[in-house]
Write a protein that binds this ligand. Sequence first.
Ligand SMILES: C[S@@+](CC[C@H](N)C(=O)[O-])C[C@H]1O[C@@H](n2cnc3c(N)ncnc32)[C@H](O)[C@@H]1O
Length: 919
Amino acid sequence: MPSSDNAVQGTNDSSSLSKASAANLGYFQDSYIKYFTSKKVRRSPLINRGYYIRQEAVTNTVIQFLNTKTFAGIEKQVISLGAGFDTLYFRLLEKDLKQELTFLDVDFPTVISRKVNCISAIRNHKIISEDDDKHRLDPNYFLAGLDMCQPNFLKNFLSILNWAGMSRYVPTLVLCEVVLPYLDSDKYELIINNITKIFPNLAFVAYEQVLTENCFTNVMLQHFETIGTPLRSIVKWPTVAERLNIFSEYDSACDKFFTCNMNEYIKHYLNEEELDRIDELEPFDEHEEFVLKCWHYILFIATKGLCSMVEYPQSFVPSPKSFISGNLDLKLLAMKPYMCYGHSATKFGRNVLLIGGFGRSPDGSDSRVKDIKCFHPDIVNFKPISSEIPLELMHHTSHSISDTETLCIGGRKSPRQINSDLYLIKESMKENEIDIAEIKCNCHKELLQRWRHAGDIITLNGRRGIFIHGGKRNGKIISDPIIVWLDNYSIEKIEFKTELPYLHSHTITAISNDTAVLIGGLAKSGTSSSAVYRLNFKESTYEKILDRSICSRFSHTVHYLNDKLIIIGGVSYDSQLPDVSVVCLNRLSVLSNYTLQAEEDTRLAFHCHASVLVNDNIYIFGGGGNYFSMENLQFESSQSVLLLWDSLQASALPEIVQFIENRVGKSGRVQCENVSMLTKSNHKASNFDLAISGFPLPSFTVHSNDLLEEIARILKPGGKLHVVEAITDSRTESQIASSLKLSGFISIEKKSLKIEENLLKAYQEHLKANNLSLNLFTSSKPNFEIGAKIALKLPGMTAPAPQQTVWALNADDANDDMDIIDTDDLLDDADLKKPDAESLRASCGDAQKKKKACKNCTCGLAEELENEEKSKAPAPKSSCGSCYLGDAFRCASCPYLGRPAFKPGEKVSLTDTQMKADI
Ligand SMILES: C[S@@+](CC[C@H](N)C(=O)[O-])C[C@H]1O[C@@H](n2cnc3c(N)ncnc32)[C@H](O)[C@@H]1O
């Protein structure tokens, strides 16, 4: 037997131990599992919960099948393939569900013979063994040893059905509980093909893993790889839809499908009472990991014939709202990763203090972090600082109360050791040290005792204090709003006219002295919140100002900047992917949702991280659970982007420019240039961080060596180029790649783009080529200029401050996502209007009447009227046809440069909304 079969069989032992652990703690009833486990183990709460949901979902589906009225009084069959030591038959027996039922367990012969040994220890159950591989217990329970991957599986399986007296026509439920993913995909397909052929009245029930876009996917794949049981087949069909397709491909295909992942199962099939019961069983604080894990386990049911008449569990929620995935490029900083989660980060003068959490120690071990680190944004580096009191806290909050003082509130060591003291962290006279003072509170000290709470600094009646709300205490979710007054560190219980919700892992962000917003949070399992509340401390009131506009989430972070809330990451029951949502508080609208994905295949965990706003940059530190990727990311601002276009799609330019502007932010710059004008435009050398060419589609620009050399010249060292070009027989991939290389570009990567039919036709017609594909080539200019000097860093020299770069676009911004992204969603109706003379005009001058400028006119009308007479001279000619759209769309040599957008022959001024960047 190949060793991998040993490992696969080992998964059965592990499953039965885990099921026994959960049953022992009371997650579910299973009085038989003890006969199948030789030792008693206590699994972690996360594993116990996982097995609980699995047992619930599978058992309830089988019971629903057996109990359906449609089958009342008629024979039914259940076949468990890869049954291992699962006790389903005995549990159905206890529920008195064995009438008219024939039950068959199939697994490797060795597993079945071990199972038979275990069963013989159960009193009143006498096993009759026909041969080594065929065993019978009771008249209607059969166990057969069979390797499902053997070439003669079908023949042997049919003979087993025959031996067990099973019929092809009886309604049959075939169960595969975490079995098929271990097989090769061709075996997986073959088994399904055979099963669907054999039974015309079939309910095929599988509980197994799926891959998603979130960070747990990598962790899960690696885990199974490490234990020697890689999830071989599901890599071929990563999603539920792909898996279900297999069932509809054959002649004897299934006709109905039910699917739900375990987050949906919890939401729709477990009631509050049951969820409360589970919460009581043992301390549990891995809320994020649990949700991420549940996205990866699905129940899927494919049925046909009589079995299609049964109602099985399925998700009622529409598939998650598809968020715009305009991937921000979150640059990983070239420094040691900050391997930590559940910590806090606060501004401390020009630097940032990182306090507590659970993370990696210098010796490589993982534990709660005792020391404090200081992050210096100027040199982009960390320095450990020592203190006399070790702060070993997780899920606390810290608040910058002055440039030299930070107050640390709540938090926990273990869920049973909760902090009820305040810690004041102060600048020390000594270098690389910090003073920590423990402030003992006498009154209402018990109210401080909480973790996973939220809070921020407010000023009420001239007094500064930190408002704290929610969190967990003794494993329970609380509300308990309080203020910690900063003048004397007293604690005051405060009351709102209506009680604030009970939440933990939410955020509270002050937006003025006496108002704050409360976002997201977890009320209990299955109910992450999407609500945004405005809290008014003066009036003691709060109101819901947004609901369901952003994805529900918890364990996220929020920053308030220029009347916008920037909501980062978190974990959600409604979406697999954490994102960045930007909410405009003025208009109460969501400006944009960005998917947080650093690079392809680099899945990052954006929960339990900490983030800090320093000079309009958001620094994100750590995040994830103890087995997730933990990196430092920086949102950068002020990138300058060159968008090269050809004349075909000028009308689509404004939307694309707006799309890019949303990403480069206020301090960034987007410049458009007609590609045919580039070599004549005389741009400054090393001027752009990123150049994009070949958009909007279709664009038939052939990127000649001359053109690419000019792009290389005007890109900054290290700058990126995204080029979209069609590959045909006469313009091959290697020709494009060698042009890029010859022009000095490095790190060339190609990615095929999805292409819609009408677009494909346009390319085929224009290029007179039937056989073509559209591709995105990403490349970079080397990190130095030709003939450049670099400074060697010698001991004693201080590092120069890094250049502030911006929201960098990555390849994905300009690739197939573009097809999917509806750029309309990034803009509101007003933004979508193309600038024209009337819409852009400021208030002076009435369109109906004869134009007359106001006194002190600022909109340009006075100047316009003054010039009207003079300007009878012919208007400069546009060579690209898009000059009227404004500077962003003009070539460097445009005669209109510096003048506002206009309709030919008209003078206009810019509206307010156009002048404001989106971030
Ligand atoms: C993770 S265990 C699950 C056991 C059981 N279904 C449960 O949920 O407790 C996977 C089971 O699939 C069985 N299995 C895997 N490949 C098999 C094959 N080719 N033939 C028969 N059984 C197989 C293993 O022996 C193991 O018992």
